[in-house]
Design a protein around this ligand. Sequence first.
Ligand SMILES: *[C@@H]1O[C@H](CO)[C@@H](O)[C@H](O)[C@H]1NC(C)=O
Ligand SMILES: *[C@@H]1O[C@H](CO)[C@@H](O)[C@H](O)[C@H]1NC(C)=O
Ligand SMILES: *[C@@H]1O[C@H](CO)[C@@H](O)[C@H](O)[C@H]1NC(C)=O
Ligand SMILES: *[C@@H]1O[C@H](CO)[C@@H](O)[C@H](O)[C@H]1NC(C)=O
Length: 186
Amino acid sequence: MSIPIIFLFSLLILSFYIPKNNAFSKPITKEEMGLKKQQNLTHLHFYFHDYVQGSNQTALRIAQAPSTNKSSSGFGALVMIDDPLTEGPEHDSKIVGYAQGMYGFADQKQPGLVMVMNYVFVEGEYNGSTLSLLGRNQVMNKVREMSIVGGSGVFRFATGYAQAKTVTLLDKFGASVVEYDVYVQH
Ligand SMILES: *[C@@H]1O[C@H](CO)[C@@H](O)[C@H](O)[C@H]1NC(C)=O
Ligand SMILES: *[C@@H]1O[C@H](CO)[C@@H](O)[C@H](O)[C@H]1NC(C)=O
Ligand SMILES: *[C@@H]1O[C@H](CO)[C@@H](O)[C@H](O)[C@H]1NC(C)=O
Ligand SMILES: *[C@@H]1O[C@H](CO)[C@@H](O)[C@H](O)[C@H]1NC(C)=O
């Protein structure tokens, strides 16, 4: 092959090399993300079982400050949970999901928690989808409101709020049972 032909060949090969688009960001349309469809508003209702003791403990104290035991509000303790969420308040009621995450005792004067957790649903069309909750839980108040800051699966782009009401503080199974009403736009 003569030099000019080799040169032409390499030009041809080079022209097939299309560099990958490594753009850090680019605008996209709402249609591409399915956001032009009507947004859904969903009300979820379930019971949260926080087994702080007993043979099936689902809430473990993983850390606390040296001063926590001297604090009337338990300030400085951190609890990791994998709590069942059920349809009804009974401890053997059907499980619809789990609350996985943490709560910390974040108030020095009164029992006030910072809640950082995902609701992991296992039922029906919500199976595999999650909602993320972040909020303040003043456990002695009748109704506490916390933020839903996001979600995955059917709950992509979710925003909303959750309201919690204590049903039982500590039942014979070692659980505190809390009723949740969650309102989400997604
Ligand atoms: C709203 O809900 C309907 C029925 O469940 C579903 O088909 C649709 O995809 C949902 N829309 C969005 C934006 O998630
Ligand atoms: C705090 O109290 C708990 C439970 O009564 C006990 O297990 C723990 O050892 C105490 N911690 C400190 C630092 O005193
Ligand atoms: C939920 O999804 C998991 C994993 O895909 C599957 O094993 C399970 O059977 C599903 N549960 C229900 C109730 O659909
Ligand atoms: C703990 O879980 C086991 C297995 O699911 C069950 O048989 C037992 O009754 C539970 N115990 C309590 C106190 O809930």
